[in-house]
Design a protein around this ligand. Structure first.
Ligand SMILES: [Zn+2]
Length: 787
């Protein structure tokens, strides 16, 4: 699933409101059902001895009464005799429960325990013996008012007509609100789905439609092909009046994009992008996409960013539809990334699924990470790499607080599970995978994840499975490729570990996934000796949260004497490495591939600042951005004085790359924002003028056109907005002229990457015009009333 910002907030609120309910019930030995009778199961997780094999599901929504009915027959395997079958059901009225036998059906009693969203099926006359059984359940409910479960949606046509649809969003624990099921990711089964509908609607689901039957009452019933073995949270069905466009991928998969009919002209970019990306993943993972089709549906009422249902991914309209007339370059980047994310899940998450939600990061960290790997190759013009750093910086800002949590955290109830969908699972997950890929090399990493996906297809995994695959494959890979790392052998004794030790990926990665936070590496160079220390980087002074933290940190560095990347695995709190010669400066965390912050003691920072001033291009733009990021982080915990960080920022007057410029803004703008709030006008203006001066050359170079790469366009947008808001004279005069031209032209409705600048300019312009009109009045009043 891809989160939207608003979802994080609502999940958080949900967690606060409801966690008491579950905590209060946890630990009871006997739960009572809705009739105050004893409920035969006292745990929030289902018994492991009853396993669903196949669901035959008929669902019939009524888009007039906004209710639905359903029938499900579940083939279950009972591994150990039991008195009752326990499964999930939430807000469903169960009208019939039967055990289907070889002779005739036997009625079952049902009992519900609402707090755990469970029902029990049992009979006084018998128990369920070891072996296979089929239970038959009939149920009904209202279509949900929320954005999860089986919920109603609506949209308004251009002519003002309101039209209804019904759609599903089951991740994480909402399939149980649409049909009774074993709603945990490890209970994988096959699903055969039928949907009843009126002829004015269509229905789509995970698999292709096999046939449509006409029923006696005039309704139609679509039957879909049986799915592969999958988790309940990936089941999906939509009943709507959408239209679609389709294409076949090179690998023969039928791809379609569905949207409300009036927006079908905006579906083409998503269709082409999905075709390219699905072909890419097929090749990259070396595992064919296992279904015959993939649909992408733009849903008018959708809360999260997107959802990876197998064979039918769902999106917000703004996340999928691209209007060549109106959408901006950043919209294009966003749509490409979200499709890349959901299609990566078809392998990471759908084919191989985490055993339980505590390892959600195995799904989400990987999907986030693969967005960058895939889009970088399939859409190089989008320069998606430019935005990866920002993900890690955001993850670090959350992860440097005492409230952070380990990537892999025990969770049990739905509220806790919802909380796992956060920056730590998604962004930190992606950043530590990026660090691991750099450490193992992209080739060994790729071989390892292919091994992982192939060995666990249609199964569930824990962290250790991934680390085993990566350890095995990287050892093999190194044996096969004799030259691996040999360039380090001659150059640095520090890389000794890498040549002689076997790589224990699990030992390294456990330190990143099982404890929260990340390390601050303090570096001190004396001659050829480099002393390294690690401690937890924490924004708040809280010693109980800084002690006993130790990481295995795959360090990388370059020096003033060698731009070849050197490596050192720091396993202890303190260690020393020796350089082959004395150096002027050393820069760790090359290209910010690692998830840590570096502090350079003694003259370390001064030497780096001096190099930036002399010739900043010896560092990559990622390295420049990471130096800016790290020094200001160190200012915030008072390890480095502010004036030193400001000295470093002076080099930005020569900077032209988007990441260091954006990072410079991100660090410096909050200072004057703070001054604005504290009425420190003189200082505030001084700082603002200083910033305009720093970026003057870059601002003057901007073309006021809409050409160039996405990065260039976004940077231009950013700079011009900044300059005009700061009343930089040449910006204001050009803006005023262009604004007049634009106002007088017929092009106002046409799209442009500079739309946000134009909108801001419009506001500024209105203020200027207002001021111009009112200055004489104000002056006269002041003259008359001067004291
Ligand atoms: Zn996701």
């Amino acid at each position: 699933m891809l989160l939207a910002q608003s979802c994080c907030l609502s999940c958080f609120t949900f967690a606060i409101l409801f966690c008491g309910l579950f905590v209060g019930n946890h630990g009871m030995t006997v739960n009572t059902d809705t009739n105050a009778s004893p409920f035969p199961w006292d745990k929030i997780r289902l018994p492991e001895t009853v396993k669903p094999q196949h669901y035959d599901l008929l669902i019939h929504p009524n888009l007039t009464s906004l209710t639905f009915t359903g029938v499900v027959q579940i083939l279950i395997e009972v591994e150990q005799d039991t008195r009752a079958i326990i499964l999930h059901s939430k807000n469903l009225q169960i009208s019939k429960a039967q055990l289907l036998g070889s002779r005739h059906p036997q009625d079952l009693q049902t009992s519900e325990f609402e707090a755990y969203e469970q029902i029990a099926l049992f009979s006084d006359g018998f128990s369920f013996e070891k072996g296979n059984h089929v239970v038959h359940l009939e149920f009904s409910a209202n279509l949900s008012d929320s954005f999860h479960g089986f919920y109603k949606g609506r949209y308004t046509t251009n002519s003002g007509e309101v039209r209804m649809l019904a759609s599903t969003q089951f991740e994480a624990t909402h399939a149980r609100a649409a049909f009774p099921c074993f709603d945990e990711p490890a209970f994988k089964a096959n699903f055969t789905i039928r949907v009843r509908r009126e002829s004015r609607h269509i229905s789509i689901s995970n698999m292709p439609k096999l046939r449509t039957a006409e029923l006696a009452d005039g309704l139609l019933e679509d039957q879909f092909d049986t799915t592969v073995k999958m988790s309940t949270y990936l089941v999906a069905f939509i009943i709507c009046d959408f239209q679609s466009i389709s294409k076949t991928s090179q690998h023969g998969i039928e791809i379609s994009v569905y949207t409300v009919p009036e927006k079908i002209s905006q579906a083409e970019y998503a269709l082409n992008t999905a075709v390219t990306l699905l072909d890419f993943y097929d090749d990259y993972f070396d595992i064919p996409y296992p279904l015959p089709k993939h649909d992408l549906a733009a849903i008018p009422d959708f809360q999260s960013g997107a959802m990876e249902n197998w064979g039918l991914s769902t999106y917000r309209e703004s996340g999928l539809l691209f209007d060549p007339e109106k959408s901006s370059s950043s919209d294009k980047l966003g749509i490409t990334k979200v499709i890349a994310h959901e299609l990566a899940h078809q392998w990471f998450g759908n084919l191989v699924t985490m055993q339980w939600w505590n390892d959600l990061w195995l799904n989400e960290g990987f999907a986030k990470f693969m967005e960058y790997v895939s889009v970088n190759i399939t859409h190089p013009e989008l320069q998606v790499d430019d935005y990866f750093l920002e993900k890690c910086f955001t993850a670090m800002s959350v992860d440097s607080l005492t409230s952070s949590h380990p990537i892999s955290t025990p969770v049990e109830n739905p509220a806790e599970i919802s909380e796992m969908f956060d920056d730590v699972s998604y962004r930190k997950g992606a950043c530590i995978l990026n660090m691991l890929r750099d450490f193992l090399t992209p080739e060994a990493f790729k071989a390892g994840i292919i091994h992982y996906l192939k060995s666990h297809s249609y199964q569930n995994t824990v962290n250790a499975h991934l680390w085993e695959s990566l350890t095995n494959v990287s050892d093999l890979w190194r044996l096969k490729h004799d030259g691996f790392c040999s360039k380090f052998r001659a150059k640095s004794p520090a890389s000794k570990w890498f040549m002689e030790d076997s790589v224990d990926v699990r030992a390294i990665m456990d330190t990143w996934t099982l404890q929260e936070g990340f390390p601050l590496i303090t570096v001190e160079v004396k001659g050829q000796e480099v002393t390294l220390k690690q401690e937890r980087f924490l924004r708040e002074a809280n010693t109980s949260k800084t002690t006993n933290f130790l990481w295995q940190v795959p360090l990388t560095y370059i020096t003033s004497h060698s731009s070849a990347v050197q490596r050192f695995l720091l396993k202890s709190e303190k260690d020393v490495l020796y350089l082959p010669e004395k150096v002027d400066w050393i820069k760790f965390n090359v290209d910010l591939r690692g998830y840590y912050i570096v502090h350079y003691e003694s003259r370390g920072w001064d030497a780096l600042i001096n190099q930036l001033q002399q010739n900043h291009s010896v560092f990559s733009s990622n390295d420049r951005a990471s130096l800016i990021h790290d020094i200001f982080q160190l200012v915030s915990i008072e390890k480095v004085p502010l004036d030193k960080a400001l000295n470093l920022s002076l080099y930005l007057s020569k900077e032209s790359e988007i990441m260091p410029v954006t990072q410079g803004f991100n660090e410096l703008v909050p200072f004057y924002k703070l001054m604005e709030k504290r009425n420190m006008e003189e200082l505030e203006n001084q700082l603002k003028n200083h910033l305009v001066k720093i970026f003057k050359t870059l601002i003057d170079r901007q073309s006021w056109s809409d050409d160039g790469s996405v990065s260039e366009r976004m940077l231009r947008n950013y700079l011009l907005l900044f300059a005009c808001v700061r009343r930089y004279p040449s910006c204001i005069s050009t803006a005023t002229r262009l604004f007049q031209q634009w106002k007088e032209s017929d092009a106002q409705d046409q799209g442009s990457g500079l739309r946000s600048v134009q909108q801001a300019l419009q506001k500024i312009q209105q203020n200027i015009l207002w001021m111009d009109r009112n200055v004489p009045l104000l002056k006269a009043w002041l003259d008359r009333n001067s004291l």
